[in-house]
Design a protein around this ligand. Sequence first.
Ligand code: HEM
Length: 274
Amino acid sequence: MNRNRIRRFTPLQRLSHIFLIITFLVQSATGLGRMYMETAWGQRLCWFFGGYEASREVHIWVGIIMLCGFVLHVLYLLAKVEWKGFPQSLFGPDSMLPRPADLKEFFQHVAWFFGARKPPEFDRWGYWEKFDYWAVFWGMVIIGVTGLLLAWPIAASRIMPGWGLNVALWVHRIEALLAMGHVFLIHFFIAHLRRHNFPMDRAMFEGSADLDAARHERPAWIRRLRDSGRLEGMLVTDSMIGQRVLFYLFGYAAVAAGLFLLIGALINVPHISW
Ligand code: HEM
């Protein structure tokens, strides 16, 4: 068997990503349905979840499930930290924490877009992947806290003035719109429509990436693994065709749902009162 792929994500990480795709899409659809209730598009979205009131219930309960997933993720991170060499152990090349090299690589990458420099030799994570990760991390805190305040407004008004709820709604709204814009446009585009990945990057579903593409795009990672003698142990074969079809169907269904929400929201903007 041809071991032409390199292991990149663990089964738990892949499961977390699928969990995030499903909960994020449900939150976006139910949130937008209520926000766009004055339009036929918003009414149809709410209808899909059982109506205007039911959409709120779904939004709150799926939101709570999403936040539980986030808490589990933080516990997972704490369990993964190598406390022996702390805090230096946090800054290795396999870590998601930003490093000065990320900034350097960002500027070199932009210069390369304009043909001014050679492309950066990325290690395991590119700066855009770290950006995506931390955007979701802090986004979850902001949207979670404001969401909980809005879900239980009477309890919330015992600990804050009433106008605080108006602020919470606006912060929740803005963060949600930013998150949807970023995920449905930039994340989809960068993850799946780049030259190496087109028509879809299966790494997050399959757990492994194409070795040739990784060699080309992330040479520092491959070199590091080879020099430390770990490369051989990380090579795996391609998934079976049936699995691949499933990944494509699920991935493209998610992309289609996201684009449907983004385009519907943009087209209907003039018809809602803010
Ligand atoms: C990424 C996740 C989320 C997205 C994309 C999202 C999106 C939205 C949107 C677009 C609105 C409509 C705002 C408006 O009417 O102008 C909304 C409202 C709301 N969200 Fe979220 N939200 C998310 C997570 C959460 C979480 C975690 C909770 C808390 C459990 C929550 C609770 C609420 C509540 C209570 C409302 C007000 C609903 C209403 O009465 O109309 N949301 N959300």
